[in-house]
Design a protein around this ligand. Structure first.
Ligand code: NAD
Length: 308
């Protein structure tokens, strides 16, 4: 594969200013161009994009600026012999810090004080409401970049970290690793259940009514993975019934979350607009990954983060 042009699709604007990203890529070995819908691609082209367009499969290589590539038709890329790479590996710190922030907010009740501040109310918590993360158990489902970013930070705060991993192999800072077939057992004793796995056929709808029944009544669900891994109707029902205490949700079955969604209404639910990985230096992180792979194509080395 010989890359003659890096075409940056305008869709990258969903997560970073395209101009900054093009500038960050400008010292690559190939010329960089901003393109939009209607652009044609062919051999020698590398495309960097947020989402998929059918024309991309004509290029040599397509890089997705997200870790989750579930919206890309992987089979079509494979059939066309077009390399597809993703951006896993760069979100451990950002999402790790956000998840710790959700847990601290919920435990230390910051969301309740902020709500009261809007009404200029000096609102004290009920005596038993505030708690510390220190000593609480968190179950991290998916122990890749995101999951380890969460596990390391949670362990540093004195939390007991358990997790779910397909292989069941040990992971640093995780005291017990369960395999997915023991998912309900893994989440049963956790005060926080953090979802950090990809959306796949296996994980779609994995967090449903029986999972909420398995969770503690004082547990919080944190979803930074993808919306469809949770059955949202079952989640709303579980929150209504008090099967769980609350949630912190960054991702939803449909985004943006509809103004009609009941999820906006719960005091114990934090809603963030798919921003747990947001940072003002995202363009630099992704540019470094793309540059590294451009160099690898020149050297004939296997691409980092290759999906197909
Ligand atoms: P990763 O590939 O580094 O890690 C994912 C891990 O989940 C892998 O170790 C994989 O083996 C594991 N896994 C797969 N199926 C599983 C299952 N059934 N049970 C338990 N573990 C399972 O990816 P990552 O960078 O950590 O990202 C994970 C996902 O998080 C992405 O696919 C994406 O959908 C989502 N994500 C969201 C944001 C955000 O802004 N909210 C940012 C980055 C990633």
């Amino acid at each position: 594969m010989h890359i003659e042009r890096i075409a940056v699709d305008e869709s990258v604007g969903r997560v970073m200013p395209p101009g900054l990203f093009v500038e960050a890529l400008s010292n690559s070995d190939a010329p960089v161009e901003l393109v939009d819908e209607g652009e044609a691609f062919g051999p020698g082209d590398a495309v960097v994009s947020f989402g998929h367009r059918d024309a991309f499969v004509e290029a040599d290589w397509v890089h997705c600026v997200r870790a989750g590539y579930d919206e890309f038709p992987v089979d079509a890329y494979e059939a066309a012999g077009t390399a597809l790479t993703n951006s896993t590996g760069v979100h451990g710190t950002t999402v790790g810090e956000t998840v710790v922030a959700y847990m601290l907010t919920l435990a230390r009740r910051l969301h309740a004080y902020r709500d009261a501040q809007r009404d200029r109310e000096w609102d004290l918590p009920r005596y038993k409401e505030p708690f510390t993360l220190d000593g609480e158990r968190v179950c991290v489902v998916g122990l890749g970049t995101l999951g380890r970013g969460v596990a390391d930070r949670a362990a540093a705060l004195g939390m007991e970290v358990v997790g779910v991993r397909r292989s069941g192999d040990p992971v640093e800072n995780v005291s017990t690793v369960f395999t997915p077939d023991r998912f309900h057992e893994a989440i049963a004793d956790a005060r926080f259940v953090v979802l950090a796995m990809p959306l796949t056929e296996e994980t779609a709808g994995m967090v449903d009514a029986p999972a909420f029944e398995a969770m503690r009544e004082d547990a919080y669900l944190v979803n930074v993975a993808r919306g469809p891994v949770v059955d949202e109707d079952d989640l709303v029902a579980a929150l209504d019934r008090g099967d769980i205490a609350g949630a912190a949700l960054d991702v939803f079955a449909e985004e943006p979350l509809s103004a009609e969604s009941p999820l906006w209404n719960f005091d114990e639910v934090l809603v963030t607009p798919h921003v747990s990985a947001a940072t003002g230096k995202y363009h630099e992180d992704i540019a470094a990954l793309v540059r590294e792979n451009v160099e690898k194509t020149a050297a004939g080395d296997p691409l980092t983060n290759r999906v197909v």
